[in-house]
Design a protein. Structure first.
Length: 240
């Protein structure tokens, strides 16, 4: 009798947790770029999509399963680089789309880290932006400018005035003598609002922007009851 009572209490608590605890928290969360990707790294010029070398194969190799890099403030930030990245319009690669919208996030975050750079540059003007779209329809923008928080991937060292941006990875290249990736940290002014999607938008300058990874810091994401049922019923079967 006592055993059945304890089992009943346990089941009640388990079901309560499933249906009334709709979120999980994590220090870091990777955003999947594959559904929005229009470029590859291997055997491809990332900025044109034509066959060739992107010089980024080494970055893919070391971070395809996630790897920590030193962030803008000296913090260790993990990025997951996949053979699927985003490239948008610049006058030097006019065949690229002018924007890629609806990159799925569906999470709250204290910070958002972008792994990016450009082919060519457009010094003195904003050349692209990230738009964070929240539940409810509001949004925030992060404007990107060469020599401020962005730069040509061939510039070593990168000219970055922004304290929240850093040249995070460098490697000997074929396209240039050395190539690089940049990380920019964006502090979310609305950490209690869920970011639904992110848009990656060209401002139509000579710079050709590329986006290679997004990591959320201090993240929490919804887990809906339907996503938990398999685990729940497995636990119930085990009990009986």
């Amino acid at each position: 009798m006592k055993s059945k009572l304890l089992t009943g209490i346990f089941i009640s608590l388990l079901l309560w947790a499933v249906f009334f605890t709709p979120a999980f928290a994590a220090e870091w969360m990777f955003i999947d770029l594959k559904p929005s990707a229009n470029a590859k790294i291997t055997n491809t010029q990332w900025w044109t999509g034509q066959p060739g070398s992107s010089d980024l194969e080494e970055a893919l190799k070391i971070a395809k399963d996630g790897n920590e890099f030193e962030g803008p403030g000296g913090e260790k930030v993990p990025f997951k680089i996949e053979d699927a990245n985003l490239r948008i319009f610049g006058t030097n690669a006019a065949q690229n789309p002018k924007k890629i919208t609806g990159i799925k996030v569906e999470a709250k975050a204290e910070t958002v880290y972008f792994l990016h750079m450009t082919g060519w540059e457009a010094a003195g003007v904003k050349s692209y932006k990230f738009v964070m779209n929240y539940d409810g329809g509001s949004s925030e923008e992060l404007l990107m400018e060469s020599h401020v928080n962005s730069d040509d991937w061939c510039h070593i060292p990168a000219q970055l005035q922004d304290k929240n941006s850093i040249q995070i990875w460098k490697e000997t290249g074929v396209t240039c003598g050395t190539v690089s990736l940049l990380a920019t940290k964006w502090k979310n002014p609305n950490p209690n609002k869920r970011i639904k999607t992110i848009d990656f938008i060209s401002l139509e300058t000579a710079a050709v922007p590329g986006l290679f990874a997004i990591t959320l810091g201090g993240a929490s994401a919804a887990v809906f009851p339907g996503e938990k049922l398999a685990v729940t019923w497995a636990n119930l079967k085990y009990l009986y």
